[in-house]
Design a protein around this ligand. Structure first.
Ligand SMILES: C[S@@+](CC[C@H](N)C(=O)[O-])C[C@H]1O[C@@H](n2cnc3c(N)ncnc32)[C@H](O)[C@@H]1O
Length: 353
């Protein structure tokens, strides 16, 4: 992997990863003890949303360690992109040489400069990335090879607990299919191809197609495919308006896409997933577990913070929504959900005709 990393980038990323891990483990652990001491669960209002609001107010006012944990989490989120931009400047020649090296490998990119990106996507700076998903000509590279690999790798950010690995959640989701083999798999919101690598690991013979709105991410997904010796078909398109015939895929997957879209868009995406899925085929969604399935109210409060403080505006709506209900309403049957806090898997089957 060509990162062109120099000393300042290496030092910055090590520091941020250590800070995220320490804060996620030590400070959050201590904050949970404060929570147990300060919150009287018998006096809380009805409904998880009201309860989260009530306990957040108490913890923000009374728990010093919770205040510090949130401060460091926000600081890491802001700083990671500043550090990434500087590290990229140092390594650009090496990074672009890798793009060049893989120009003829990794499959086919179907870019569409006229793609109609929904405003919830184009107007949000997800995870505080300056300018959003397209805020830099190589944002895909920076998110994939710096932020995911060098900072998130030790956990302690968002739904990934300190000490956990992002990649494990992707593989667990991919293994959630009912069958051992699929011919054609569609990855919605394929991003930089991280989940597609896990899908291909679990189903090595499958043909993989990815759909993604971001150009820089798709370009990087092709490099990622090439690094692993895979060949994917990668389309720049909106998941709610797929450029495929009906009944094209026997598995339609989406890993951590749904918490980044508003519920009405989720309904449209599921309708499209149903249309392009073959009869007898499956939809497989991996995401953060809804609040009702989280281990504790403390954990719900920590996760809910993302909505307003780390530029995840659709997080709360998605974690309050009835995901299996949405999958059933799209027409899928045998809808099941299972997993842990992260990933939480929702699966459905398109009825055979
Ligand atoms: C959190 S990322 C996950 C990427 C990838 N699945 C992974 O595991 O790393 C969500 C991705 O979905 C893409 N996305 C969001 N809304 C979309 C939409 N309506 N159509 C296509 N892609 C979308 C985003 O650009 C982003 O790359």
């Amino acid at each position: 992997m060509a990162t062109g990393l120099k000393q300042r980038g290496r030092a910055d990323f090590n520091f941020l990863a250590d800070l995220a891990r320490w804060s996620g483990m030590s400070l959050q652990g201590a904050a949970e003890e404060d929570f147990d001491r300060l919150i009287d669960t018998d006096t809380l209002p009805e409904g998880v949303q009201s309860q989260i609001r009530a306990v957040t107010k108490v913890m923000e006012a009374e728990s010093k360690v919770y205040q510090w944990d949130r401060f460091y989490t926000r600081f890491c989120a802001e700083q990671q992109f500043r550090s990434a931009l500087l590290a990229y400047e140092d390594g650009e020649a090496e990074i672009l040489a890798e793009y060049e090296k893989y120009a003829d490998q990794g499959g086919t990119l179907h870019l569409n400069p006229d793609v109609e990106a929904p405003s919830y996507w184009s107007e949000t700076e997800f995870h505080l990335a300056p300018g959003g998903w397209e805020g830099h000509p190589r944002m895909g590279f920076m998110i994939h090879d710096y932020v995911y690999d060098l900072i998130f790798s030790t956990g302690g950010v968002g739904a990934v607990r300190a000490g956990e690995k992002f990649t494990d959640a992707r593989v667990t989701t991919a293994r959630g299919g009912l069958k051992d083999h699929y011919d054609d798999i569609l990855s919605l919101g394929v991003g930089t191809g991280r989940s597609a690598v896990s899908i291909q690991e679990v189903y090595p013979d499958a043909r993989i197609t990815g759909v993604e709105l971001g150009r820089t991410e798709l370009e990087h997904a092709k490099v990622v495919a090439a690094r692993h010796g895979h060949e994917w078909e990668l389309y720049q398109a909106a998941a709610e308006n797929l450029p495929f015939e009906d009944d094209s895929f026997d598995l339609v997957t989406a890993f951590i896409l749904f918490h980044e879209v508003p519920v009405p868009a989720a309904k449209q995406i599921l309708a499209e997933a149903y249309r392009v899925c073959r009869p007898g085929g499956e939809v497989l969604i991996g995401d953060v577990a809804p609040y009702k399935d989280q281990a504790s109210l403390f954990r719900c409060m920590v996760l809910d913070w993302e909505t307003e403080h780390r530029e995840e505006p659709f997080w709360r709506g998605s974690l309050l929504a009835d995901r299996p209900g949405l999958v059933s309403a799209a027409g899928f049957e045998q809808v099941e959900e299972f997993g842990a806090s992260y990933p939480w898997v929702t699966r459905g089957v398109k009825p055979s005709r």
